[in-house]
Design a protein around this ligand. Structure first.
Ligand code: ZN
Ligand code: ZN
Ligand code: FE
Length: 322
């Protein structure tokens, strides 16, 4: 097989595709062996949260310069792809099963990573995300999340930046602060809130059960959060993700992503937030992103966001009651 690691520009959609056939050489391990458990070749002992390089790196700090093309645009795959092992405990189902203090350590690790990486020349963006559930192809069940430090701004974030910049220029103020205040006054889509954070199912939800989590304070990066805000974020994520877990008899698979500002430049109009996409429509029924969603780009929502919000809110409430 060809050994290729490069970024390819899609001139039709105007976005980058990361191409990598490179696999980090690692000692052979039996299929049943968990590479994230304490005592594995790369993990050792005595940690609460661990950051590992991805076995299939899409991006590396010093990538080769790809050969040029007569027509298409390519670029170097500079950056990093990391795994955050969130706990030494293999058997936990989800990050929401950790106590608040342990979730806070995960967030602090992530915050340190943002601080550390923002000075690197390749680092334009740091995307943190968490895929949960075998239904969406997660093969390693040991609780973990991933970080992509990219030399470009991810396409969806570019769209959010363009639209929120437009809002600020034409109407003044922050688009996201406005959304939070509308949600708090209408209340029907609010899922959970505390002194520093508000979680709601968006008016414009794409997925059957979706939660967006915003800090009340207008800020751009994870590193802008104070100690108290970080602790309340841990509490908020625990409550909301537990709500997803208990929504149906089987834990609902989900994707969680952090949207923060790009690491370089002034994006003071932007507002940090977290998005959680629950992909179950109902008991045992998955919502697929198919023809209309993938091919057309627009989502179909086959119930009412306000009704699903009340179901998820009740599930979160049950979690909080223990
Ligand atoms: Zn494990
Ligand atoms: Zn704001
Ligand atoms: Fe977003």
């Amino acid at each position: 097989m060809r050994n290729i690691m490069e970024l390819r520009w899609d001139p039709v959609l105007g976005e980058w595709v990361m191409v990598s056939s490179v696999r980090h050489a690692r000692p052979w391990l039996p299929e049943s062996f968990c590479p994230f458990c304490p005592g594995a070749p790369e993990t050792g002992y005595g940690w609460k949260v661990l950051v590992l390089e991805n076995k299939y790196p899409m991006l590396i700090p010093e990538p080769p310069q790809p050969p040029g093309h007569q027509f298409y645009v390519k670029s170097r795959s500079s950056g990093r792809t990391l795994i955050i092992v969130e706990t030494p405990q293999h058997d936990l189902d989800d990050i929401s099963d950790l106590d608040v203090e342990s979730i806070k350590i995960v967030l602090e690790t992530l915050k340190d990573l943002v601080e550390e990486e923002r000075g690197k020349s390749y680092a334009e963006y740091l995307l943190w995300f968490r895929n949960k559930g075998v239904e969406i192809g997660v093969s390693l069940t040991h609780p973990h999340s991933q970080v992509y430090i990219t030399p470009f701004i991810p396409a969806r974030v570019e769209r959010e930046l363009a639209n929120s910049r437009k809002f600020t220029e034409s109407r003044g103020g922050c688009l996201f602060c406005n959304i939070v205040s509308v949600e708090e006054s209408e209340k029907v889509r609010i899922l959970y809130s505390n002194d520093s954070w508000a979680a709601f199912m968006p008016f414009y939800s794409h997925w059957p059960f979706e939660a967006h989590v915003y800090p009340r304070r207008h800020l751009q990066l994870l590193t802008d959060l104070g100690e108290g805000e970080l602790k309340l974020l841990a509490l908020t994520l625990k409550a909301v993700l537990c709500g997803f877990k208990r929504l149906f008899r089987k834990p609902s698979p989900y994707i969680m992503v952090m949207h923060q500002a790009p690491l370089k430049g002034d994006y003071s109009f932007y507002h940090l937030h977290f998005e959680i996409y629950g992909v179950m429509r109902g008991e045992g029924v998955l919502k697929y992103a198919a023809g209309m969603e993938m091919g057309g780009g627009n989502f179909t929502f086959d119930s009412v966001p306000e009704d699903n919000a009340s179901k998820l809110r009740e599930s979160i409430l049950l979690c909080l009651q223990g």
